[in-house]
Design a protein around this ligand. Structure first.
Ligand code: AKB
Length: 375
């Protein structure tokens, strides 16, 4: 008991790191015995020894900033599955789902507070950061200055931290929002006109230029993809223009009808969450020399309109109905591409999506029906 209370949060983190680590069992046993002996001898010594062990055996410790958001929640769980629960620190500005906060370390962290981020990185000996905190397109238009401050300052802090060699690798998501009304709309190429009209798009485009600059000038290993609209059943998105494509499934199950804020023929690039998580983890695991684009990769899986997703749902739920009531988000959607050419991601690091509209619709409806039954 006395020993338990004498161990700090960091030492507990390292202790569980050893238990759950993927080093061979006999090594694990030796480390555990060493650890126990050290506790009885000297606490400072413990820290030193376990910091060294941690660096030797476990070379990846991850921090997810914005872990309670739509992508952050599922990304954190997937990373914990792959790297071990204690090696993935989840953080957000406020508390999130219990499952996420209880399955591994969780810290309250403001993505614009550089000092707090650095402290967290030092405490947990973080090597890789996934910066998922952002204000999306629709909310960004309501609070342009806040969107700019959050999206730009958080990235700028992390790039500085990476330049100062305090972390090894940074993942930062960009978006199809970097494109604008002057961009070729169909099969939008990787390198093309980028004149975004939303503050979100402007911040993402600026971020892309910063990433490439920090890579070229300081050798920072930053990796990025331009997410399309992401569809998932576990966590709701917040403040985006593509949010309708998630909401429509929820409303189909809960109410049997949906009022859509985009017109029926507005085509946008979309992706199922499982594919988005796979892409994010794959680009981070790829060899550094294979990541040839250091601004951000085009990424795509499918393209559909509200009418097409409605028809796909109706095949499964024949009484489902829809009404179209476009609002200010229509103008944003009209400025974005309807489909994306992501061939560079395929050539450089092997990107391949698994879900199309039909398979995603089946999976979404199945999972949401299960969830409704369990509630
Ligand atoms: C949004 O709609 O703002 C986001 C995005 C496409 O980046 N989902």
């Amino acid at each position: 008991m006395i020993v338990h209370f004498a161990i700090s949060k960091v030492e507990r983190h390292l202790f569980f790191n050893i238990i759950y680590s993927q080093v061979p069992f006999n090594h694990n046993l030796i480390l555990m015995v060493c650890f126990s002996c050290c506790i009885l001898l000297n606490l400072d010594l413990i820290k030193f020894i376990f910091v060294s062990i941690n660096q030797t055996f476990m070379d990846t410790n991850i921090l997810v900033i914005g872990a309670c958001g739509q992508i952050g929640t599922e990304l954190t769980q997937a990373l914990r599955k792959r790297y071990g629960n204690t090696r993935v620190v989840a953080s957000d500005i406020k508390a999130g789902p219990e499952a996420l906060m209880e399955s591994g370390p969780f810290e309250i962290l403001d993505a614009t507070n550089k000092v707090a981020i650095e402290k967290c990185i030092e405490t947990y000996q973080i090597t890789d950061v996934y910066l998922m905190a952002a204000m999306l397109s629709a909310t960004g238009e309501k609070y342009p200055q806040m969107a700019w401050d959050l999206n730009i300052n958080s990235l700028s802090h992390l790039l500085d931290i990476a330049r100062d060699k305090k972390i090894k690798k940074l993942f930062w998501p960009s978006s199809i929002a970097v494109f604008g009304p002057t961009t070729p709309k169909h099969d939008t190429p990787q390198h093309t006109i980028t004149e975004p009209t939303t503050v979100y798009g402007i911040s993402k485009l600026t971020g892309e230029r910063w990433c490439e600059y920090f890579n070229r000038k300081y050798g920072v290993d930053v990796r990025s993809i331009r997410y399309p609209g992401i569809i998932s059943w576990k966590t709701l998105p917040g403040g985006g223009t593509t949010d309708y494509a998630v909401d429509i499934y929820h409303k189909a199950i809960e109410e049997g009808s949906y009022e859509c804020f985009l017109t029926e023929n507005t085509y946008l690039p979309m992706m199922y969450m499982e594919d988005a998580i796979k892409a994010t983890m794959d680009i981070m695991q790829a060899k550094a020399e294979d990541i040839k684009i250091r601004s951000s990769y085009n990424l795509s899986a499918m393209s559909f309109s509200p009418k097409e997703v409605y028809e796909a749902i109706k095949e499964e739920l024949p009484t489902f109905s829809i009404r179209y009531q476009p609002d200010f988000r229509q103008e944003i959607a009209d400025s974005w591409p309807s489909s994306i050419d992501d061939s560079r991601a395929t050539t450089d690091w092997g990107w391949q999506p698994s879900y199309d509209l039909k398979s995603m619709t089946k999976e979404m409806l199945f999972q949401l029906k299960q969830k409704a039954k369990e509630a």
